[in-house]
Design a protein around this ligand. Structure first.
Ligand code: NAD
Length: 485
C-alpha cells in the first residue's frame, strides 16, 4: 500500500473509524494499491455530529467577515499546493495532470467566490410604519452534510465546502470511497487556513454511512452529487426525515450541430467535450445530433479523436467495471446497426497494463432508441444521431429524462436563441462544448439531473445554506400599539 490506511477527520484530528469493513483504493492509472478506506458506521457519524454541534455554537456567531478570512487563506493554500494536490487527483482518479490542475483552479475560483459572500448576505431593512422596522437576515442552517462522487475528487467537495462554511454552517463530508484521498488533504488545508476544529469533518464509507446521514436527526441539510439512481434515494430518504436536500444526478448531454457551424472549432469542441476527464464529467457531450448535411464536420471530429491518445492526453476510467460497462455499450450499438467510426475498445497502455483505459470512440448512425443514445455512459464515447430539422433534433434532446446541459453549434443567432429557449436543460451552450457557468453564476441541471430547489454553487447556493430570520422592531412608544391593523 502506497499510503497509510485512511482515517476519518473529526474535531480537527485524523481518527480511527470504528468500521469493521474496508475497501481497497486502487489507482486507475496503473492498478497500484494506494490505500484502504474504512466503511464507517453510525457511531463514527455520531462522533462527527457531536464535534460539529460543539463547533457550531461559536462558528455560527462569528461575523461572516471574519469567517471568510479562512477562505482567503485556504485559496492561497490551494494555489501553493496545486502540484501536489493535482498529482493526488491524478493518482486516485486517473485523469491527466492538466485536467487535475484545471479542477483545482476551479476549486480556487469557488473559494474566491466564498470570500465575496459578505457582499451578498447584507440582508434587508425597511421602515414599514412610523418608527417600525422590518429586517431580514441570513442565518446558518446548522449541521449540514455533503455527499460527493468520484469524478472530481477536489472540485465537487469545493462546490459545497467554502459557501456552506463561510455562511456559518458546520459540515460532515462523505467522500467517494473510490477517491477518498483528496478530501483528507482538503481537511488538512482547511485546518492550516485557521478553520476551528469541528467546523469541517470527514466520515468515509458507502451506503451505510449515507443512510445514517439521511436519517440523523441533528443534520439539517443534505447536499448530494452523484448518479440519478442514488440522488433519488438520498433525496427521498432525507426529505422523508424533514431535511432540506439538494441532490444532483447524472446526465446525458446533447450537442446539436448545424451545417453552418464553423467546422474546425466545432470538431475541437465536440472531441474535447466527449473525451475530457475520459468522458467522466456530468457536463460531457455524450450524444451529438447532426442536423442536415454535416459529414465534413464529422470527418474533422474523427481527425480530432485520433489525436487523443490513452495514457498521454486521455486519462483512465475509474475502474475495471466501468471500462467493461463502457465497452459493452459500444458493442451493443454495433450489434444494433450503428457504425463505429473510431473504436476505443480493448485499449492497453504500454507500461500501465494494470490501468483501466478506454480510447475515444465515435459512433455514427445511432438511433434514439438504442441504449447508447438513451443512457449515461460516463466514458469517452459520442453517439451521433442524424436528423433533417432543428425541431427533430430538439425533440431528441428533450425526450431524454436528464437535463444537465445542451449545446448548439451554429452561426445563426436566431437558431441559437431558439435552442436556448426550447432545450429542456439547466445549462445551455452556444458554440461551447462544456457550458459550465463560472462563478458567480450558479451550477445546476433540470429534470432527472437535479432534485430540490435552487443550484449548488454561486448566488443560488445562499438560499440552500441559510435560513431567513425576520424581525420587526419598534422603539418609539408614541407609534401606537396596532401599527398594522
Ligand atoms: P454514485 O451515485 O455511485 O456515488 C455518489 C455517492 O453516493 C458516493 O459518495 C457513494 O458512496 C454514494 N452511494 C453510492 N451508492 C449508494 C447507495 N445505493 N445508497 C447511498 N449512497 C450511495 O456516483 P459516482 O459513480 O461516484 O459518480 C458518477 C455520477 O455522478 C454520474 O452519474 C455523474 O453524472 C454524476 N455527477 C453529477 C454531477 C452533477 O452536477 N449533476 C456532477 C458530478 C457527477
Amino acid at each position: 500500500m502506497k499510503y497509510p490506511a485512511i482515517q476519518n477527520f473529526i474535531h480537527g484530528e485524523f481518527v480511527q473509524s470504528s468500521a469493521t469493513r474496508s475497501l481497497d483504493v486502487i489507482s486507475p492509472v496503473d492498478g497500484t494499491h494506494l490505500s484502504k478506506v474504512p466503511m464507517s458506521t453510525a457511531t463514527d457519524l455520531n462522533r462527527a455530529v457531536t464535534a460539529a454541534k460543539v463547533a457550531f455554537s461559536d462558528w455560527s456567531r462569528t461575523p461572516i467577515k471574519e469567517r471568510v478570512q479562512v477562505f482567503f487563506k485556504y485559496k492561497a493554500l490551494l494555489e501553493k499546493n496545486i502540484k501536489e494536490l493535482a498529482e493526488l487527483i491524478q493518482e486516485e482518479n486517473g485523469k491527466t495532470y492538466g485536467e487535475a490542475v484545471a479542477e483545482i483552479e476551479k476549486s480556487i475560483e469557488l473559494s474566491e467566490f466564498a470570500t465575496s459572500l459578505p457582499q451578498l448576505v447584507t440582508g434587508e431593512v425597511l421602515e414599514v410604519s412610523k418608527g417600525v422596522e422590518c429586517r431580514i437576515e441570513h442565518v446558518p442552517v446548522g449541521i449540514v452534510a455533503s455527499i460527493v462522487p468520484f469524478n472530481f475528487p477536489n472540485m465537487v467537495p469545493n462546490w459545497t465546502i467554502p459557501n456552506a462554511i463561510a455562511l456559518g454552517n458546520c459540515m460532515i463530508m462523505k467522500p467517494s470511497e473510490k477517491v477518498p484521498l483528496s478530501v483528507g488533504r482538503l481537511a488538512s488545508l482547511l485546518k492550516e487556513a485557521g478553520l476551528p476544529d469541528g467546523v469541517f469533518n470527514v466520515v468515509h464509507g458507502d451506503v451505510e454511512i449515507v443512510e445514517a446521514i439521511c436519517d440523523h436527526p441533528s443534520i439539517e441539510a443534505v447536499s448530494f452529487v452523484g448518479s440519478t439512481k442514488v440522488a433519488k434515494i438520498v433525496y427521498q430518504r432525507s426529505t422523508h426525515q424533514y431535511k432540506r436536500c439538494l441532490a444532483l444526478g447524472g446526465a446525458k448531454n446533447h450537442l446539436l450541430v448545424l451545417p453552418d457551424a464553423i467546422p474546425g472549432m466545432t470538431a475541437q469542441n465536440v472531441a474535447a467535450s466527449m473525451s475530457g476527464c475520459a468522458g467522466q464529467r456530468c457536463m460531457a457531450a455524450s450524444a451529438m445530433v447532426a442536423v442536415g448535411s454535416v459529414d465534413h464536420i464529422i470527418d474533422k471530429i474523427c481527425d480530432e479523436a485520433r489525436k487523443i491518445v490513452p495514457g498521454k492526453n486521455l486519462g483512465a476510467v475509474i475502474n475495471r467495471q466501468s471500462k467493461e460497462r463502457i465497452e459493452k455499450y459500444i458493442t451493443e450499438a454495433e450489434k444494433d446497426g450503428a457504425k463505429i467510426l473510431i473504436d476505443g475498445r480493448n485499449v492497453v497502455v504500454a507500461g500501465k497494463e494494470g490501468g483501466t483505459y478506454v480510447g475515444p470512440t465515435v459512433i455514427d448512425f445511432v438511433k434514439p432508441e438504442m441504449s447508447v443514445a438513451r443512457e449515461e455512459i460516463f466514458g469517452p464515447v459520442i453517439s451521433i444521431m442524424r436528423t433533417h430539422t432543428v425541431d427533430e433534433a430538439l425533440a431528441i434532446e428533450n425526450a431524454n429524462p436528464y437535463g444537465n446541459a445542451a449545446s448548439v453549434f451554429t452561426q445563426s443567432g436566431g437558431i441559437a436563441r431558439y435552442i436556448i429557449d426550447h432545450a429542456s436543460a439547466g445549462m445551455v451552450g452556444v458554440n461551447v462544448g462544456v457550458p459550465v457557468p463560472r462563478e458567480p453564476f450558479s451550477f445546476g441541471g433540470w429534470n432527472e439531473s437535479k432534485f430540490g430547489v435552487g443550484d449548488i454553487t454561486g448566488k443560488s447556493s445562499v438560499e440552500f445554506w441559510t435560513k431567513l430570520k425576520k424581525s420587526t422592531t419598534k422603539w418609539n412608544p408614541e407609534a401606537g400599539i396596532n401599527w398594522m391593523s
